[in-house]
Write a new protein. Structure first.
Length: 290
């Protein structure tokens, strides 16, 4: 197992951490199938800071090529402000659902321990809180490994199912994307869908305003890392502006959280009419700058 992650200044706030600082707090033991994350000495005061940290954890997991790990989490002298806790709780729960084969936590101060225990009671998971790293690690080593096979990621649709979900409106410079009623179960679904969308957009030779229907759309935790990455790439390469409408509460919350740390405007509206009007306003603003 890797050594304990050390922090030279225990009072370091996340706002002072760069990507390399976060990376120093994340390590992987391939043989033991353990990912260790250290929040030791970190002060998280906002949802933006929380999202930056969890974005990087997800990216590091994706880089390993293996989606399932045992989680060993160090909460020594961690301070999580009340304003940051909803985001911290949600991102942590999603990360565990998507990638954890078992999670243990150690070293938490009383306030953090109380919050974790409250979440455990609300969301029906075992907090697995230990006083020290050795005891936490011993518990992880006692658990069997249920790693999923990558071959189990079977596509949930056929390509023909997407032909009617992409619609170009040249007179309006709009590409409509219909995600309504669709569930992205895992990264394979995301890859297949975005490969298709990208091929369609690229073939036009133009950039477009994207108008996306999220009514009844579900993006499972195991799909979010790839979904965020592919959506960002598509927008950077081909979008003149992107507007989303009619997401459910879960999808909207996730989009808004990730927009904080990933540098895009969520541009969410309740109805198609409101979303279309925002595109009109975007086009007018763009015309005024030329």
């Amino acid at each position: 197992m890797t050594q304990d992650v050390t922090v030279e200044n225990p009072a370091t706030a996340l706002s002072a951490l760069c990507e390399a600082d976060i990376d120093a707090r994340i390590s992987f033991d391939d043989k033991a199938e353990v990912m260790e994350v250290s929040f030791a000495g970190v002060s998280l005061s906002s949802s933006l800071q929380v999202n930056q940290f969890y974005d990087r954890i997800e990216e590091r997991i994706a880089q390993t090529g293996e989606g399932q790990w045992f989680f060993l989490v160090n909460y020594g002298a961690t301070c999580i402000a009340s304003a940051a806790w909803p985001a911290f709780s949600r991102r942590g729960l999603e990360l565990n659902k998507a990638h954890s084969m078992g999670t243990v936590r150690f070293g938490s101060v009383d306030s953090t321990r109380a919050q974790i225990e409250q979440d455990a009671a609300s969301y029906a998971f075992h907090p697995n809180l230990f006083d020290d790293r050795q005891a936490a690690l011993a518990h992880l080593h006692s658990l069997p490994s249920p790693r999923r096979k990558k071959a189990a990621m079977q596509p949930g649709f056929e390509r023909k199912d997407w032909n009617w979900r992409i619609d170009f409106k040249p007179d309006d410079q709009i590409m409509k994307v219909d995600f309504s009623g669709f569930t992205f179960e895992h990264s394979r679904d995301v890859t297949d869908v975005y490969d298709f969308i990208e091929s369609q957009v690229r073939s036009t030779g133009h950039k477009w305003y994207f108008l996306i229907n999220y009514e009844g759309t579900q993006i499972q935790p195991s799909a979010w890392v790839e979904y965020a990455a592919r959506g960002k790439k598509l927008n950077q390469n081909f979008s003149l502006g992107t507007v989303r409408y009619a997401p459910g509460l879960e999808a909207e919350t996730d989009i808004r959280l990730r927009s904080e740390s990933q540098g895009f405007l969520p541009n969410i509206r309740n109805t198609y009419a409101d979303a279309y009007q925002l595109v009109v306003e975007m086009k007018a603003a763009d015309a005024g700058t030329h």
